[in-house]
Ligand binder design. Structure first.
Ligand SMILES: *Cc1c(COP(=O)(O)O)cnc(C)c1O
Ligand code: SF4
Length: 347
């Protein structure tokens, strides 16, 4: 396979859906874009109806069912957008979204109403100027998080211009890029792209979005190594997804794979309430149980923080299990095997 799959017909031709499904999916795809890179398409076992890679990228008819609690802007970006392309919810950091294009379209995407060919598009020159002026005008902004869309879908030249402009703003000390490209299209992590990131004089971090250990092909591992060897530390972001990684063995393997590739597990996101994604979400209690299991059997280096982005724009908070509870005479703390102990210990 050499071409990116972008339509129901492409998926049918690749044997990933049937002709009947292609008809049904036309309505879904009129609303939510499909894109599957050759790197990801080749990982799919077409004989496995529950393939965890297919489930992330191949649309299904279930997406037409919109649950009442789901919303077009699930994490409330719009409530904190002072200028086009900026989301400023926390004082010390902003999101800068230079484009709304991705090399793949994840079926569970929290910004699925904003990304794709019918999405919010790419910032024009004037909009980028206004976004830069906003960042330059607020000295509290210590970190800029490039997101979108996928910033690594930009040309190295364009990324270099953005990194250089941010570098000229004294109070911006940290540049973080959220991307899926190192796993879904690893050949795009080129030397010019890595050099473009280094145009930023402060600390540069890359946050990699990956959800299943199988995504770490030899090419993906090499792409991450190119970034890290160039002095760019990496952290991980995953989404807890029903039928993809919502079991302890898969999550454990995913977190170990990150660490083995020198990527520090950072966030495990609870699935956001994006339209038509209920079939891919778990409950919070299931996530907490999984996190408890991981705490018992996985290196501390490999532990992510389980977070929920509160609908309405109220921010991200940890929602992992609590190990501490108050009692009449002090506190009780639970050990990794589930036994409770008084704290402070009895004399
Ligand atoms: C997720 C997010 C961030 C980054 O949050 P961290 O907890 O620093 O990773 C920043 N701004 C907005 C609006 C966000 O949604
Ligand atoms: S890569 Fe990120 S922004 Fe793009 S479709 Fe997937 S979840 Fe959405």
């Amino acid at each position: 396979m050499t071409d990116t799959l972008r339509s129901a017909d492409d998926l049918a031709a690749a044997g990933l859906i049937s002709g009947v499904e292609a008809e049904v999916l036309r309505t879904v795809l009129a609303r939510y874009a499909v894109s599957l890179t050759p790197d990801m398409a080749e990982l799919i076992d077409p004989t496995d109806p529950d393939d965890p890679i297919a489930r992330q990228f191949v649309p299904t008819a279930e997406e037409v069912r919109i649950a009442p609690e789901e919303r077009a802007d699930p994490i409330g970006d719009a409530a904190h957008a002072p200028v086009t392309g900026i989301v400023h919810r926390y004082p010390d950091r902003v999101l800068l979204k230079p484009l709304h294009v991705c090399p793949v379209y994840c079926r569970f995407c929290f910004r699925r109403e904003m990304v794709g060919p019918n999405g919010l598009g790419t910032l024009g020159e004037d909009e980028l100027e206004a976004a830069m002026a906003y960042i330059a005008g607020d000295p509290r902004i210590w970190e800029v998080v490039l997101t979108g869309g996928d910033p690594f879908a930009l040309s190295a030249r364009r990324l270099g211009i953005i990194a250089g402009r941010l570098s000229a703003i004294d109070h911006v000390r940290v540049l973080r890029i959220h991307t899926r490209v190192p796993v879904v299209r690893p050949d795009s992590v080129t030397d010019p792209l890595v050099r473009a990131l280094r145009t930023f004089g402060g600390a540069v971090f890359v946050a990699l979005h990956a959800n299943h250990p199988r995504e770490f092909t030899p090419g993906a591992r090499a792409a991450c190594a190119r970034l890290i060897d160039a002095g760019i530390p990496m952290v991980s972001q995953s989404v807890l997804l029903r039928g993809i990684n919502d079991d302890a063995a898969t999550l454990e393997a995913l977190m170990r794979t990150f660490v083995e590739n020198r990527i520090k597990p950072y966030y495990l996101h609870h699935g956001d309430l994006a339209p038509g994604t209920a079939h891919l979400r778990t409950g919070l209690a299931e996530g907490q149980t999984l996190m408890r299991t991981l705490r018992g059997r996985l290196s501390g280096l490999a532990q992510p923080t389980y977070v929920l982005d509160i609908p309405g724009g109220y921010g991200k908070v940890p929602v992992g299990p609590s190990y501490l509870r108050d009692t009449a005479d002090g506190q009780r703390v639970t050990d990794p095997d589930g036994r409770e102990h008084p704290y402070p210990p009895e004399a």
